[in-house]
Design a protein around this ligand. Structure first.
Ligand code: ATP
Length: 520
């Protein structure tokens, strides 16, 4: 099979999502709203399963983590205290010829990636030339061309970080000019100055909205602040001692300058966040704990080769350590989750602005203090995209005529798969549908099932493969005599004959979340 380029793989994934009811463009009949998407019949099930996996492993598995569902709309002062009103900006730049708008930091980062890709190309070429005897580490350290590219990228990175840390927009523009970065659309270098753009969606609240600055209510740009302002409510009502955490799943909104790459960067998205409150001075211990714990969570679903850590060089104003879990999406390794040590910044700022104490009395130390916080923050939509990226495959399989066919299969982990079992009568007559319906009606009590009697059995299998259904149960004429059915495994294509009475136990064993928790 010819290998696909990254762009082709991504395009296929997007059209598969539409064709098989995972994701639709929002307001499609009005030609869509850019970067807004609706989750379809299978998409919503997958999304719910991801949420459940996260919730179970964070809340159910930790007796010192409790849940919360805070309102999206919060008091305007929340965003003043958190720093979002003054500092939740992205640097933007316009190209005067194409009139296209870009994030200046993204332009520079992509430029660096291109340079590093040249180094990778040299390594790939050498690997091919030297075969098994190739020592990649040595080659990277000594090859002059690789060294040149890596050095170039590092020099740009240093200037970039210095400009970002100082908030020096002129230096950022200078870097774009010095590097000769061109507009991806027009190819021109005719740039405006770099300006800051606040990412929060502001709106007027209620009928009596005035022009006063504090009457602007924002759609929350992160779920975390709902947790901070509820820190004492959560702690006291559940009588928790530190360390303890509050977890929340909910929508967040950011007026991204450029929203793209499908559901990777949207203006409305969903986050799964957990804030872990700890004793000051113990935050690095818990930062390391959560860093490992979260990676294990990902590795229970995804191959390790598709995951990596990326330490932040430029820290947000509230953080003293930060790392991303990156996943290899069809467009390269990108942030999937952030783990941040947020110090006592948020609670202290809320304490100052609200005038309310947000302190914990530590019975062991016999003193009160503002806790430090370690945060884990994952984008649900990005996790969805990661799961699909990993699962969707074209596979060569033997056909009935002794040749090979290509099947499109979505190898989602059974726990995440939207439909768990398809129940299929071999033909639509001879009493088979009645038996199949009976099996369907009993299995649907324990798992999300589908009944399908249309088309030839082969086509029905292919349809279930494309949706990602891990098990198909086929009822044939022998079933009427022996009370056995064929159980087909999506991944191995193995077909085993088992008694109807054993179906439920066999299937539910594979669908249990305990597998994932144990692997974690
Ligand atoms: P990026 O650098 O990609 O803009 P970020 O560092 O601003 O992301 P965080 O503020 O750390 O993101 O948000 C936590 C998580 O929320 C991210 O790891 C990501 O999975 C998700 N997320 C952030 N912005 C978006 C978005 N516009 N669309 C979808 N998911 C998002």
């Amino acid at each position: 099979m010819a290998t696909q380029t990254q762009a082709e793989t991504f395009k296929k994934l997007v059209s598969h999502c539409k064709e098989y009811g995972y994701i639709f463009q929002s307001s499609e009949i009005y030609d869509g709203l850019s970067a807004s998407y609706d989750y379809g019949p299978y998409g919503v099930l997958l999304k719910n399963n991801i949420k459940e996996y996260w919730w179970k492993s964070m809340v159910q598995m930790h007796e010192n983590i409790v849940g919360l569902d805070a309102a999206i709309l919060m008091h305007p002062k929340v965003w003043k205290a958190s720093g979002h009103v003054d500092a939740f900006n992205d640097p933007m730049i316009d190209n005067k010829d194409s009139k296209k708008r870009y994030r200046a930091d993204t332009l520079i980062e992509e430029h660096m990636e291109k340079i590093l890709a040249k180094a990778d190309k040299e390594v790939k070429k050498a690997k091919k030339r030297f075969g098994d005897s190739f020592d990649e580490k040595m080659f990277r350290e000594t090859n002059p061309r690789v060294q040149k590219y890596v050095g170039q990228a590092a020099a740009i990175n240093d200037r970039f970080n210095a400009a970002m840390n100082a908030g020096d927009l002129a230096a950022m523009k200078q870097l774009i000019e010095d590097e000769g970065i061109v507009c991806p659309d027009s190819g021109s270098r005719n740039w405006t100055d770099v300006r800051q753009f606040n990412l929060m969606f502001g709106m007027q609240f209620g009928a009596l909205a005035s022009d006063a600055e504090d009457s602007t209510v924002y759609l929350r740009p992160e779920t975390a602040q709902g947790i901070f302002v509820n820190f004492l409510n959560g702690q006291k009502t559940t009588r928790q001692k530190l360390p303890f955490g509050i977890a929340q799943i909910g929508k967040a909104f950011r007026n991204e300058i450029v929203a793209r790459q499908f559901i990777f960067r949207m203006r409305e998205f969903e986050q799964m966040e957990m804030q872990f409150f700890v004793r000051p001075g113990e935050e690095m211990k818990w930062y390391d704990y959560w860093k490992n714990k979260r990676m294990q969570w990902h590795e229970a679903i995804h191959p390790s080769s598709k995951l990596r850590f990326h330490d932040h060089e430029k820290l947000a104003h509230y953080a003293n350590a930060a790392v991303d879990v990156e996943f290899e999406f069809p467009f390269g390794f990108r942030e999937l989750e952030g783990i941040h040590s947020r110090t006592d910044f948020d609670l202290t700022e809320h304490q100052k602005l609200s005038g309310k104490k947000l302190q914990y009395f530590d019975p062991e130390l016999k003193e009160s203090y503002v806790p430090y916080v370690v945060e884990t923050s994952i984008g649900l939509d990005r996790m969805f995209l990661a799961a699909l990226t990993n699962a969707l495959q074209d596979e060569e399989v033997p056909n009935a005529k002794g040749g090979m066919d290509t099947r499109v299969v979505m190898k989602l982990h059974p726990v995440l798969a939207p439909i768990k079992v398809a129940v299929l009568p071999l033909v639509k007559k001879g009493g088979l549908p009645e038996v199949a319906r009976k099996i369907f009606n009993s299995l649907k009590m324990v798992a999300h099932c589908q009944y399908d009697e249309k088309d030839a059995i082969g086509r029905r299998y292919r349809r279930q493969d494309a949706i990602g259904t891990p098990f198909c149960v086929t009822v044939d004429f022998d079933t009427l005599d022996d009370n056995c059915v064929t159980l087909r495994d999506r991944d191995t294509l193995e077909q085993v004959r088992i008694p109807i009475a054993e179906l439920e136990a066999k299937i539910t064993a594979k669908l249990s979340f305990t597998h994932l928790m144990a692997e974690e």
